[in-house]
Design a protein around this ligand. Structure first.
Ligand code: ATP
Ligand code: MG
Length: 139
């Protein structure tokens, strides 16, 4: 089934580098509508919870450290087929494999410091949207 929302985070690397405005512009230009957005910072506990699916992976500790090093911008984005279309817009996890025109191709540094998150399923989009936002914060 096509989804209509996805959850993104502009990660600490991209926020610190001043790329947030350009990334948000690419998202809007690609046809996504912002339902909710905020500048926030993940605690260690919240980052561990968000990426719990990767807790057994060798990079988990570094990932949590990276995701907590500074503020992020979290947003709920609405569009027909949102999850799949947003994954296409952000590009491959490793920017070395990301296509021209994608956000990671333009702004990611490496496979860890890859500028943006995008939900990987409709189910996770709903869980991740609730992780970051209360119902009254979504429009
Ligand atoms: P995200 O979930 O952040 O949108 P993704 O779905 O493209 O990214 P995942 O496999 O879910 O990729 O990995 C989550 C995050 O963990 C990656 O975005 C990256 O920051 C980090 N990561 C993934 N693989 C590696 C790796 N081999 N080495 C270091 N960091 C990694
Ligand atoms: Mg993922």
């Amino acid at each position: 089934m096509a989804s209509n929302i996805t959850l993104t985070m502009i990660k600490p690397d991209a926020v610190a580098a001043g790329h947030s405005g350009k990334i948000i512009d690419m998202i809007i230009q690609a046809g996504f509508r912002v339902q909710a957005m905020k500048l926030t910072r993940l605690s260690t506990e919240k980052a561990q919870e968000f990426y719990a699916v990767h807790s057994a992976r060798p990079f988990f500790g570094d990932l949590v450290k990276f995701m907590t090093e500074g503020p992020i911008i979290a947003a709920v984005l609405e569009k027909e087929n949102a999850v799949e279309d947003f994954r296409k817009l952000i590009g491959a996890t490793n920017p070395a494999n990301a296509e021209e025109g994608t956000i990671r191709k333009a702004f990611a540094t490496d496979i860890e410091r890859n500028a943006v998150h995008g939900s990987d399923s409709n189910e996770n989009a709903a869980i991740e949207a609730s992780f970051h936002f209360a119902g009254v914060e979504r429009f």
